[in-house]
Design a protein around this ligand. Structure first.
Ligand SMILES: [Mn+2]
Length: 342
């Protein structure tokens, strides 16, 4: 074999690369747009996983705002919504535990978020258990007259009602409430009626649905791209669903329960998950959403710092918030920022 037969190595490998030059340019040209208002909701009354109430404080200790700023995002921290302590709060209705307190926190949260969005800002909500999403989405929805899609990443359905719940914990019900299913108190939180049209939900990464949730999904023809769908088909069908949603609404809220991740990548979750998404899967999903969707707000919920290891979960959360907003923060961008010579 003589040298003339050698195939030039770089051109061949570049042509077969999945990431086209166009995609590379798009990725590096990401820039920040409207300012972002950050709000903590240190609520744990919707769940029974002790430790999620200190999530917002721990996110701040791990310099979340600085990380997002390094991604080019203009973030202002508006502090925390005051939340009652579980040791003094009364349970009330055992089928909707702490309903009264959760409604009060939801209304205060919604009023803040409605104000942020009406002022042209995007929002970040830090949980707290997942019931904080009730107020966050209610506020965003009010500001845009209900023209809102909801991309909901969670291992669970969160679509029980007081009639179907097995635990009485509201962090398993608020998604049903946001779409108008279930008891009047939760459905009518902040504003009367549903906050999100059921056709504008995209649930991603589910693996542990209750029977009543599966029945609701089938009966109402809700859109869910489950972990099994992902493993069966990979991500291309999800891109179609994301594109469809982005074409139907002018605003999208992203709700991210850390338990959608495999526990290797997010050990600090309220309910650590032995199944769940890998880092490369969520990085690709968040990147795609950030590129294609008009994201008006992001919540990161069920962060339990007591179970985190080396801030791995907090770092992942910062990276995903940046990606969902079309920016970039990662180990790699951090490395570049620290080693830039000019
Ligand atoms: Mn959840």
């Amino acid at each position: 074999m003589d040298g003339s037969e050698v195939i030039p190595y770089p051109s061949h490998s570049m042509q077969s690369s999945a990431l086209s030059p166009d995609a590379i340019i798009t990725t590096t040209m990401k820039t920040a747009s409207s300012p972002i208002a950050l709000l903590g909701i240190p609520l744990d009354l919707g769940a029974e996983n002790l430790g999620v109430d200190i999530g917002p404080k721990a996110f701040r200790y791990t310099k979340l705002v600085d990380k997002l700023a390094s991604a080019g995002l203009n973030v202002t921290d508006h502090g925390d919504i005051p939340c009652p302590d579980r040791h003094t709060a009364k349970v009330g209705d055992p089928k909707q535990r702490h309903l009264k307190e959760i409604l009060a926190v939801s209304e205060a949260t919604a009023a803040k978020v409605e104000g942020f969005v009406r002022a042209g800002q995007r929002a970040v909500g830090l949980g707290g258990d997942h019931s904080v999403t009730l107020g966050l989405v209610a506020g965003a929805s009010a500001a845009v007259d209900g023209d809102i899609g909801l991309i909901y990443l969670d291992a669970h359905g969160d679509m029980n009602t007081a009639a179907t719940t097995l635990t009485g914990n509201i962090h398993g019900m608020h998604l049903a409430s946001l779409m108008g299913f279930g008891g009047a108190e939760l459905v009518n939180a902040y504003r009367p009626s549903a906050k999100v049209n059921k056709q504008n939900l995209l649930h991603i990464g589910g693996s542990d649905f209750d029977q009543a949730e599966l029945e609701l999904i089938r009966r109402e023809n809700l859109s869910a791209f489950t972990l099994r769908d992902l493993l069966s088909t990979s991500l291309a069908p999800l891109w179609v669903k994301v594109d469809e949603l982005a074409s139907r609404v002018n605003h999208i809220w992203i709700s991210f329960d850390l338990d959608v991740m495999n526990e290797q990548y997010a050990p600090g979750a309220g309910m650590p998950n032995r199944a769940g998404l890998s880092y490369r899967e969520i990085a690709a999903i968040a990147d795609y959403i950030g590129e294609k969707c008009p994201v008006i707000g992001v919540d990161i919920v069920e962060y339990n710092p007591l179970l985190d290891r080396d801030s791995r979960t907090a770092d992942l959360a910062a990276e995903l918030i940046a990606k969902f907003f079309g920016a970039d923060y990662s180990w790699y961008t951090d490395y570049l920022a620290k080693n830039q010579r000019s």
